[in-house]
Design a protein around this ligand. Structure first.
Ligand SMILES: [Zn+2]
Length: 220
């Protein structure tokens, strides 16, 4: 079973990908980690990617797609995998489908975690990080005991430039612009499952696994 997880910044996609992979005994393939590993290990694809990154250019979709495919062929992906952070746009989705079809494989389900834009802004805009130990807080949902100070080490909490209102607005715009066609594409293929991303982490995980069960994918 191959699952793609889609979700806006702040939707909790990474957290859910980890939880779902664990629950269903699937590999968790996070594209960000994959890049770092390929670069560290100096694999063929890692070296290719490095050439572009050193020039400050985007790594071409073919290289990224190959990296994902290679990872999907690793022994721990035998039962399936949860893809997190890839594909990011329609071109990558089509490239992935084409490459998988060539190996008589296919993506089974796409889970889109949907959270209202208002809630996303609240979550991202409320995020504060400890300067010393990098613990993440949210001044609305998980505030520190003493305002502006880290519970663990007493360090100063700050707002990352990525999380200011203006940047958050931009990040969400870019996300929705790139992802809307992706969601349409998978919906037309009848593979899309939309799951509400509001509530606790556990609630969202349960909702997602239940939705997958309904699709009878896990019945075996
Ligand atoms: Zn701290």
């Amino acid at each position: 079973m191959y699952i793609i997880l889609l979700g806006a910044p702040g939707a909790g996609k990474g957290t859910q990908a980890t939880a779902i992979a664990q629950k269903l005994n699937l590999a968790h393939i996070a594209s960000g980690d994959l890049f770092r590993q390929a670069l560290e290990q100096g694999t063929g694809l890692g070296r290719q990617a490095r050439v572009y990154m050193e020039k400050g250019e985007l790594v071409p979709d073919e290289v990224t797609t190959q990296m994902i495919l290679e990872r999907m062929s690793a022994p721990d992906s035998e039962k399936g995998a949860v893809l997190d952070g890839f594909p990011r746009n329609l071109e990558q989705a089509k490239a992935l489908d084409k490459a998988l079809a060539g190996q008589s494989r296919a993506i089974d389900r796409i889970i889109a975690i949907s959270v209202s834009e208002e809630e996303l802004r609240k979550r991202l805009g409320g995020r504060r990080v400890c300067r010393q130990c990098q613990t993440v807080y949210n001044i609305v949902e998980s505030p520190p005991e003493v305002g502006g100070k880290c519970d663990k080490c007493g360090g100063e909490l700050y707002q990352r430039p990525d999380d200011t209102a203006e940047t958050v607005k931009k990040r969400l715009e870019v996300y929705f612009e790139q992802t809307a066609p992706l969601i349409d594409y998978y919906r037309q293929k009848g593979k899309l499952i939309e799951v509400g991303g509001e509530g606790t982490i556990d609630e969202v995980t349960r909702r997602t696994v239940a939705a997958l069960n309904e699709g009878e994918l896990i019945a075996r």
